[in-house]
Design a protein. Structure first.
Length: 385
C-alpha cells in the first residue's frame, strides 16, 4: 500500500492517562510516515492541550454520551469534507465509547473502522457485537485482551495484538547522564516530601481506581515495613480510591512510610528517583507504565493480572505474583530489597527489552492493522457489516 492514509483518532477521555499517551505516540509516528492524522477529542481536555502542544491536527467533539448523535454528525461532516482519495478514511476508536460514535458517523459511508481494546474487562454482548465484531479490524493491547475478545465472539481474523509502547525520544536524559538525572530527581523529591535520600524507595505510578488495586499495595507495604522499617512507598496518582487508600494506610499505621503524592506531570522524575517499581493491579490490559519503568532501568515487581505477562517475564526482567495476594507481593518486594544483585540483573534485562516496545514498532504493526481493515472493507462494502 503506497498511498498515504487519512486517520481520525477518537478518544473521549477527560484525563491524560496511558491510553491517551499511546494515541499521541501513534500519531507522531504515523505523521513521520506521511499519513494524515487528526486527534478527535473533547475541547479543552488534557489530550486536546497535549495534541496542540505537539502541533497535531485536532477536531473537538462534545462526546455527550456513548451513542451521541451530535458528535457523530460533526464527525460525519468532517469526513464528507475530505477530498477524494484512493483509500477510505480510517476511524480509529481508542476507547469503547468512541467506537459507538464511529459506528454512527460511518453509517452508509465509505469509512474503515478500527476499534482498540485496552482493558481486560469482558465486554457486554451488545458492545462486543456492534463495537468490535462489526469493526473492520480490532487491536488488542495484549494476548490476554485478545483472548477476552475471542471469548466474546469477535472474529479471530479481525483481531491483532499490538502492545502498548513508549516514545524513547521522550526520555529526559541523554546516554550516560542517567545517574546525574536520578540524583537530581531524588534530591528534589526528598526535599519536597521530607524523605531521607539514602533510604530504599519503592513506588508506583497508577490511577487510584479499583482495577489498579492500590489497597493491595498498602497491605503488602505494611508487611514489608514490619521487616524493613526503613523503606518508603511512594504512590503517584489520583482517583476515587485516594481517600480509601489513605484511610487504610492510617489503619495499618504506615502513613509515615506509605505516601500518596498525587498526580505528577513528569513521570520520569518519579521513576528515576525510585529503587523499585511495583504494580499491584488485579486487572490490567497490559500496563504501559511498566515499559516506562523499564526505560528508567528499574527492577519491577508486578502481578500476573491481564496482559502484564506480555511485558514482564518472571525471573527474567522482573518478579511476578498472583493478583490480590498481598502476602506474595510483600515477599517479592522483600526479596528485591534484600538482594541488590537480583535487582541489578532484572533491571538490566528490563532496560534491554524496552526496545521491544518502541513507538516506531507499534506504529508499523498498527499500520498493518489498517491494511487488514481496508481489505476487510473492500470485501464487504457495507460499512455496518
Amino acid at each position: 500500500m503506497q498511498t498515504n492514509l487519512t486517520v481520525f483518532h477518537l478518544d473521549d477521555g477527560r484525563e491524560l492517562r496511558g491510553g491517551q499517551r499511546q494515541l499521541l505516540y501513534l500519531v507522531k509516528e504515523l505523521n513521520l510516515l506521511g499519513h494524515s492524522n487528526t486527534v478527535v477529542c473533547r475541547k479543552g481536555s488534557p489530550l486536546h492541550k497535549a495534541a496542540d502542544r505537539k502541533g497535531f491536527k485536532v477536531l473537538t467533539l462534545p462526546y455527550l454520551f456513548e451513542w451521541d448523535p451530535v458528535s457523530a454528525i460533526t464527525l460525519r461532516r468532517a469526513l464528507r469534507s475530505l477530498p477524494p482519495s484512493e483509500f477510505p478514511p480510517v476511524l480509529h476508536s481508542h476507547t469503547s465509547h468512541t467506537a459507538a460514535v464511529s459506528w454512527l458517523a460511518s453509517a452508509g459511508s465509505d469509512c474503515v473502522r478500527v476499534a482498540h481494546r485496552r482493558v481486560d474487562f469482558t465486554p457486554g454482548w451488545f458492545t462486543a457485537r456492534f463495537k468490535y465484531a462489526k469493526a473492520h479490524s480490532v487491536i488488542a493491547i495484549s494476548e490476554a485482551v485478545k483472548e477476552i475478545l475471542l471469548k466474546a465472539d469477535v472474529p479471530e481474523e479481525k483481531v491483532a495484538v499490538v502492545n502498548s509502547t513508549i516514545d524513547l525520544d521522550d526520555t529526559p536524559w541523554k546516554p550516560g547522564e542517567f545517574q546525574a538525572y536520578r540524583q537530581a530527581a531524588r534530591a528534589e523529591l526528598a526535599a519536597e516530601l521530607g524523605l531521607p535520600v539514602g533510604a530504599f524507595w519503592a513506588g508506583s505510578l497508577i490511577a487510584l481506581v479499583p482495577h489498579k488495586d492500590p489497597e493491595n499495595m498498602a497491605r503488602a507495604a505494611a508487611l514489608v515495613l514490619k521487616d524493613e522499617p526503613g523503606a518508603y512507598f511512594l504512590i503517584a496518582g489520583e482517583g476515587p480510591l485516594s481517600g480509601k487508600t489513605e484511610h487504610l494506610a492510617r489503619m495499618l499505621k504506615i502513613s509515615d512510610r506509605f505516601k500518596l503524592i498525587g498526580y505528577r506531570k513528569d513521570p520520569y522524575k518519579i521513576l528515576a528517583a525510585l529503587d523499585l517499581f511495583v504494580l499491584s493491579s488485579c486487572e490490567e490490559g497490559m500496563g504501559s507504565v511498566l515499559v516506562e519503568a523499564m526505560n528508567a532501568g528499574l527492577p519491577i515487581v508486578a502481578t500476573t493480572a491481564g496482559g502484564i505477562g506480555d511485558v514482564i517475564e518472571d525471573g527474567a526482567n522482573g518478579l511476578t505474583v498472583p493478583p490480590r495476594d498481598h502476602a506474595a507481593l510483600a515477599a517479592a518486594e522483600l526479596r528485591m530489597i534484600r538482594d541488590a544483585g537480583l535487582r541489578a540483573r532484572l533491571a538490566a534485562e528490563a532496560h534491554r527489552r524496552r526496545e521491544d516496545f518502541s513507538s516506531p514498532r507499534m506504529a508499523a504493526l498498527t499500520f498493518k492493522c489498517y491494511e487488514t481493515a481496508i481489505e476487510n472493507f473492500k470485501r464487504n462494502r457495507h460499512p455496518l457489516e
